[in-house]
Design a protein around this ligand. Structure first.
Ligand code: HEM
Length: 173
């Protein structure tokens, strides 16, 4: 059983756990049903690239559009660099590129006018020995970043739900 499934099951028991966020992310308006998240995860595992969202319903604008996404990414990276659980992994990384590629990815999955031009999630993370605890740390950091930027929890859950399938490509330990 994958960690994501375990977390979703645990969310029934612990309403305020991180698993609850992913359950909500998968279930809330506009987000895919969990079975679709699994399908998407399989696509991600094979292609390494997340699928774009439809542009029609304003999800990208709810993240604040170009400036909002850039601010979320800046906050996210700043929080990760201060997070002892994962900070060491970012030593020597080209931060300008990281900001740019994360912004493209968040823009694309929220239906914004962007294409993701970075590496596949599998390719970029495969030598980093990332386990579920470190993956979850990064998701918690993204949640904190969105909270600091004033993103409503419903919108936060939707972005987390869009990114949840990357777990299968990123976690290798
Ligand atoms: C939701 C989870 C995650 C997402 C969506 C994500 C996404 C990305 C993206 C889009 C890039 C840029 C790829 C490129 O440069 O072409 C990247 C790079 C990177 N990620 Fe992640 N990531 C996640 C989790 C993690 C975790 C848990 C770690 C480490 C503990 C990590 C460490 C890194 C590092 C070090 C790079 C820079 C690699 C390099 O430039 O050499 N990521 N990630």
């Amino acid at each position: 059983m994958t960690t994501l499934k375990v977390m979703i099951m645990q969310s029934y028991l612990k309403p305020h756990s991180f698993g609850c966020l992913l359950l909500a992310a998968a279930a809330l308006a506009g987000a895919p049903a969990y079975s679709q998240v699994q399908d998407s995860a399989q696509q991600t595992a094979s292609s390494g690239v997340l699928q774009p969202a439809g542009a029609a319903d304003g999800f990208y604008e709810q993240l604040g559009g170009k400036d909002g996404v850039a601010a979320i990414v800046a906050e996210f990276v700043s929080i990760m660099l201060a997070d002892k659980r994962i900070a060491d992994t970012f030593e020597g990384v080209d931060m300008d590129r990281l900001h740019a590629k994360l912004a493209e990815q968040f823009c694309m999955v929220s239906g914004g006018p962007c294409s993701y031009t970075g590496k596949s999630m599998q390719e970029v993370h495969e030598d980093m020995k990332i386990n579920n605890a470190r993956f979850n740390a990064s998701v918690e950091d993204l949640q904190s970043a969105m909270t600091r930027r004033g993103v409503p929890s419903r919108v936060q859950n939707r972005l987390l739900g869009k990114l949840a399938p990357t777990q299968r490509s990123i976690v290798t330990q």
